[in-house]
Design a protein around this ligand. Structure first.
Ligand code: IPD
Ligand code: CA
Ligand code: CA
Length: 262
């Protein structure tokens, strides 16, 4: 693995996220003109998602033509490349199309299957969450640390849910969180809430099924901020998705116990 090759992609990921984010923000401001298509229950897409992904893909391939690319809307190219870009052009589409601010762009790069770069950009607040393996995690220029909580009572937990999994696989967990004195929030963007775990704003995050483009960038953020994340890429997680469990290092085990009680 070449340090220069990683550094070049880290810089590019941030500059693309900013440019693409500003374009998406233009779409957001004229969202009444968007045609919304349904991809499934509570799952939608518009030209803003598709155009933003095409722009990101073109920018990446203009600079690194041999890199692989996996995007939520356009799928996978060059699966066997050493470097694979895994992106969600707009995470939080339901918020985006309804005029709420909880949406972002998520760009991850893996090297030989290992996530090494994570960039999540929130254009509404102009917050760039970014991390590169071994170099720490930052929001804009400020270093991030995951929360030091060791109990669910010490802060707010982020949660996510989609109808890709049965309701019954999730509701008992919420009961246990509340019964143990915890509190939860779901803002509609898994990538943004996971970035908040890295920033120590949320004590942790759990979602029973999430896709790789939603979470891979933020996994690098949380790990570089000293937090703990489950082995998301196990069992073909890149293509099929998996549960995601992320928390400050001391809360990971207590959170796991609430998810999988013995
Ligand atoms: C969704 C959001 C949501 C999460 C879902 C994702 P989208 O992505 O991240 O918070 O709960 O699992 O599919 O559809 O807004 O890109
Ligand atoms: Ca998403
Ligand atoms: Ca999306």
């Amino acid at each position: 693995m070449s340090t220069a090759a990683i550094a070049a992609r880290y810089a590019l990921a941030q500059s693309i996220a900013r440019q693409a984010g500003l374009q998406a923000l233009e779409w957001f401001r004229k969202r009444d003109q968007l045609v919304i298509e349904s991809k499934g229950l509570q799952d939608m897409v518009s030209a803003a998602d598709k155009d933003t992904e095409l722009y990101i893909r073109a920018q990446v391939l203009a600079r690194f033509a041999d890199d692989g690319f996996l995007g939520e809307e356009g799928g996978l190219d060059h699966a066997d490349a050493d470097y694979l870009w895994v992106i969600d052009p707009i995470d939080g589409t339901a918020c985006f199309v309804n005029g709420m601010h909880a949406w972002c762009l998520s760009i991850a790069v893996t090297y030989q299957g290992k996530p090494v770069i994570g960039v999540v950009y929130d254009p509404n607040s102009d917050e760039m969450f970014h991390a590169c393996a071994g170099q720490g995690a930052y929001v804009n220029q400020q270093a991030m640390r995951a929360h030091s909580a060791s109990s669910i009572t010490e802060g707010v937990l982020g949660v996510g849910f989609s109808h890709r999994v049965p309701v019954s696989s999730f509701v008992p967990f919420l009961d246990r969180v509340l019964s143990n004195g915890g509190m939860f929030i779901r803002n509609g963007s898994g990538a943004l809430m996971l970035s908040y775990v890295a920033a120590g704003r949320l004590i942790g995050y759990y979602e029973p099924h999430i896709n790789s483009w939603d979470c891979l960038a933020a996994i690098v953020l949380v790990q570089e901020a000293g937090g703990t994340v489950n082995d998301f890429l196990a069992n073909n997680g890149l293509h099929d998705g998996n549960p995601i469990i992320a928390a400050g290092a001391q809360l990971y085990a207590p959170l796991l116990a609430l998810i999988q009680p013995t």
